[in-house]
Design a protein around this ligand. Sequence first.
Ligand SMILES: Cc1cc2nc3c(=O)[nH]c(=O)nc-3n(C[C@H](O)[C@H](O)[C@H](O)COP(=O)(O)OP(=O)(O)OC[C@H]3O[C@@H](n4cnc5c(N)ncnc54)[C@H](O)[C@@H]3O)c2cc1C
Length: 137
Amino acid sequence: MNGDGSLEQLRREGRIVVVGASLAGLRAAETLREKGFTGSLTMVGDEPYEPYDRPPLSKQVLLGKAAAERTALPRRRALDATWRLGSAATGLDLAARRVRLADGDEVPYDRLLIATGVRARPWPNPAEAELDGVFVL
Ligand SMILES: Cc1cc2nc3c(=O)[nH]c(=O)nc-3n(C[C@H](O)[C@H](O)[C@H](O)COP(=O)(O)OP(=O)(O)OC[C@H]3O[C@@H](n4cnc5c(N)ncnc54)[C@H](O)[C@@H]3O)c2cc1C
């Protein structure tokens, strides 16, 4: 096989691990499949839920206009992925190409995508944070 062929094979095969199972991770995984990736795909997320849409949380769920359970992100295609939900990635061994999970498991990868987003900053004054109507989403 020539050099280009090997590169093309690498693009389509192997093991890809996505850490962060939310909007960015989900859409990246869908795009990988769309572009012809046929290898193994593992989605690691520390939340116990499948990817959900966050904007409706503040615009609808808090107002009682929608149920939190109805905010799942629409899927654009089947992923054929292994889901490791409720498992935080806690370590990365770059040399051995392994992601360590909080439960002690290690997930090997050939390519790794980190899509862990951001954390909400808590309200700075703890007394005020206790007031009715103050939420951290
Ligand atoms: C209440 C609310 C309202 C919003 N409204 C709007 C809006 O109106 N318009 C707009 O454009 N945007 C809005 N946003 C922002 C939008 O939701 C984000 O831009 C989007 O969710 C970012 O997606 P992401 O996948 O990059 O990150 P995130 O959605 O933050 O996902 C990252 C995921 O990675 C997980 N993770 C983190 N660390 C680890 C780890 N070590 N191991 C495993 N998993 C891990 C996190 O738990 C999370 O599930 C809103 C956000 C919130 C919270």
